[in-house]
Design a protein around this ligand. Structure first.
Ligand code: CDP
Length: 207
């Protein structure tokens, strides 16, 4: 079974993907990490993130060790990721890796922006996880506060809106819901409720 989970930043797709993978004993790939690693690698080397061909070269040379970089999870890496993710050569370089991962037994949960539309259009289950920008910004700022870091809600909300616009507005594999995906709005759901709702979608598809 392949489960494709797509949606905007901080909608809860990562947590849902991880828990579905554990529950159904499937492999899990957080595809955002690939774009984050490419953005980080280019920024660390002082390369121009707007150079599509150069970004494609970096993407083709991506090494598993690059995914172990200490600072891939933060907001800055997310920004860098969304800048390199607009380049068609970058997306093309990552297709085979993601599809091979999905094809490996016993199956996989992949989360990202274009899994149900471009990477695994034949996935048995597709879930589009979303939440209002305000709720997503609140979650991001709560995460930062929990880590003892400074969190300016208004700035985080502005960043989320900006990233949504960039991810949805780009020409190459934009963030959009596949026509056969189930919509899961987590705005009013806690983590356990969101997971149960996702499981109900999987079970309905399997029947
Ligand atoms: O959870 P969050 O959205 O903050 O981060 P992420 O899922 O790691 O994605 C970071 C950025 O990578 C996104 O804003 C997208 O621009 C890009 N991305 C993509 O284009 N395609 C994917 N399959 C996954 C991520």
């Amino acid at each position: 079974m392949i489960i494709a989970i797509d949606g905007p930043a901080a909608a809860g797709k990562g947590t849902i993907a991880l828990r579905l993978a554990e529950h159904y004993r499937l492999n899990h790939l957080d595809t955002g990490l690939l774009y984050r690693a490419i953005g980080r690698k280019m920024a660390d080397a002082g390369l121009d993130l707007d150079d599509a061909d150069l970004a494609g070269t970096v993407a083709r040379a991506l090494d598993p060790a690059d995914l172990g970089h200490a600072d891939l999870r933060g907001r800055e890496a997310g920004e860098l990721a969304s800048r390199v993710a607009i380049h068609p050569p970058v997306r093309a370089a990552l297709i085979d890796f993601q599809r091979d991962f999905a094809a490996r037994p016993p199956g996989a949960v992949l989360d990202g922006r274009d899994i149900g539309t471009a990477i695994c259009p034949g996935a048995e289950v597709k879930i589009f996880v979303t939440a209002s920008p305000e709720v997503r910004a609140r979650r991001r700022s709560d995460e930062l506060i929990a880590k003892g870091r400074e969190a300016a809600y208004e700035r985080i909300l502005a960043e989320i809106r900006e990233r949504d616009a960039r991810d949805s507005g780009r020409a190459a594999a934009p963030l959009q819901m596949a026509p056969d995906a189930a919509l899961l709005d987590t705005s009013d759901l806690g983590i356990d409720e969101a997971f149960r709702a996702a499981m109900a979608i999987v079970e309905a598809k399997r029947r």
